[in-house]
Ligand binder design. Structure first.
Ligand code: SF4
Ligand code: MG
Length: 332
C-alpha cells in the first residue's frame, strides 16, 4: 500500500533579483503513519522550504517547485487541480511554526479562532464548535480550558501559546503534522514538555510527525528517523540511534559535536566553522567541502552520489563515508 507521505526528487527555486537561488536540489523523504521524522540542519539548508513545499505555500512567486513529486497516500499533490490540492492539504496536512504569536490572530480569542476552523471546514454549529474547542485545549493540556477559551493569544505564556497552536493544527484531525522549530523560542524545560506532548499526540492519533530543527539535542528522544539536510539536499538519513552512535556524513558528525553537553560546562563548544553556502552560488563538487575536515581533491571536483549501502535503511552523500563511520563516535 502507498506511503502516507512520499517526497521524491523535489526541486525548489527562488527567482530573485540577484539570480536563481536553488533552495532544494533533489530531496527524497518518506513518512509512515505513527512515525516521527526529524529534519535537521543549520538555517539556510532547506528544511523550512521543504516543509513549505509540502504545505503548498510555495506555489507562487518568488518560490517555485520546479521538479519532483509530493505524494500523499500515493497521490501526487503537484499534479492535482488547485482546488482538490488545497482540500487535501487543509484536511490532512497541518503545520505549526516557531512563532505562535505571529501565527495566531491577536484580535480574536483563542476559542473564537478554534471554533472558526470547525465552522468553516466542517459546518459545525456554534455550540458544538465551542464544545470541541474546549476538548482540544484539554487535549493539549492547557489547564482550566473552559475559562481560557475566552482569552486572547497575548494572555498565554510562550509554552501555552505553542499548545494553542498545536490545538489549532489538530482541529481538523490531520494525518501529517509538520512542526518547524516548534520549541526554539522556549526555555529548555518547556521545550521538553512540548516535544513530549507532540510525541504523545503522534502516538495516540497515529499521525506522521515531521520535526524540523537545527538542534540535534531536542529530537534525540522523540524521533524515529533523522534526515540531515545541507545545501538543499539530504546528506544523511538513518534511524535515530544509528545516527547518534555512528554518523556517516562529516556534516552530521559536526552537528553532533556542537550539541551542548552538561558535562562540558564552561568548555568551548565545537561549532562548525564557516556558513552554509549562498544558494545563488553553491560550490562545485560536494557543497560541504569548504567546511569539511575530511575533504580532498575528489570532493572539489565530483558531487558525491547518495550512497545506499551504508547499512539497511541508511544513506549518506559522501565519497568517504566509510572513513567517517569508522572514526571514533562523536563525543567519546
Ligand atoms: Fe566532506 Fe568530501 Fe564527504 Fe563532502 S564528499 S562530506 S567534502 S569528505
Ligand atoms: Mg527555518
Amino acid at each position: 500500500s502507498a506511503r502516507l507521505l512520499d517526497v521524491e526528487n523535489l526541486h525548489v527555486e527562488f527567482r530573485t533579483q540577484a539570480g536563481v537561488a536553488r533552495a532544494i536540489n533533489g530531496v527524497d523523504l518518506h513518512l509512515d503513519p505513527g512515525e516521527t521524522l526529524a529534519i535537521l540542519g543549520e538555517s539556510g539548508c532547506g528544511k523550512s522550504v521543504t516543509a513549505q513545499a509540502i504545505m503548498g505555500i510555495l506555489d507562487s512567486p518568488p518560490g517555485f517547485v520546479t521538479e519532483g513529486a509530493i505524494r500523499y497516500r500515493g497521490v501526487d499533490l503537484l499534479k492535482l487541480p488547485e482546488e482538490q490540492r488545497r482540500k487535501v492539504r487543509a484536511n490532512h496536512i497541518a503545520m505549526i511554526f516557531q512563532d505562535a504569536l505571529s501565527a495566531l490572530n491577536p484580535v480574536f480569542s483563542v476559542g473564537f479562532q478554534l471554533a472558526e476552523l470547525f465552522r468553516v471546514h466542517r459546518g459545525t454549529s456554534r455550540q458544538e464548535a465551542r464544545r470541541r474547542s474546549i476538548e482540544l485545549l484539554d487535549l493539549v493540556k492547557i489547564p482550566a480550558a473552559r475559562q481560557r477559551i475566552n482569552d486572547y493569544p497575548h494572555q498565554f505564556s510562550g509554552g501555552m501559546r505553542q499548545r494553542v497552536m498545536i490545538a489549532m493544527a489538530l482541529a481538523l484531525d490531520p494525518k501529517v503534522l509538520i512542526a518547524d522549530e516548534p520549541t526554539t523560542a522556549l526555555d529548555v524545560t518547556v521545550q521538553a514538555q512540548i516535544m513530549n506532548l507532540l510525541a504523545e499526540l503522534r502516538r495516540e492519533r497515529n499521525m506522521g510527525l515531521i520535526l524540523i530543527t537545527h538542534d540535534m539535542g531536542v529530537v534525540a528522544d522523540v524521533a524515529d528517523r533523522i534526515s540531515v539536510m545541507y545545501a538543499g539536499k539530504v546528506v544523511e538519513e538513518a534511524p535515530v540511534l544509528d545516527i547518534y552512535a555512528r554518523p556517516a556524513h562529516p556534516y552530521t558528525k559536526a552537528l553532533l559535536e556542537s550539541i551542548p553537553r552538561l558535562d562540558m560546562k564552561g568548555q568551548q563548544l565545537n561549532v562548525i566553522k564557516g556558513l552554509p553556502p549562498n544558494l545563488l552560488r553553491i560550490p562545485a563538487g560536494c557543497p560541504f567541502h569548504p567546511r569539511c575536515a575530511y575533504a580532498r581533491d575528489e570532493c572539489r571536483a565530483d558531487p558525491p552520489p547518495q550512497q545506499y549501502d551504508v547499512a539497511p535503511a541508511r544513506t549518506a552523500r559522501c565519497h568517504f563515508w566509510t572513513e567517517v563511520v569508522g572514526d571514533e563516535p562523536a563525543g567519546s
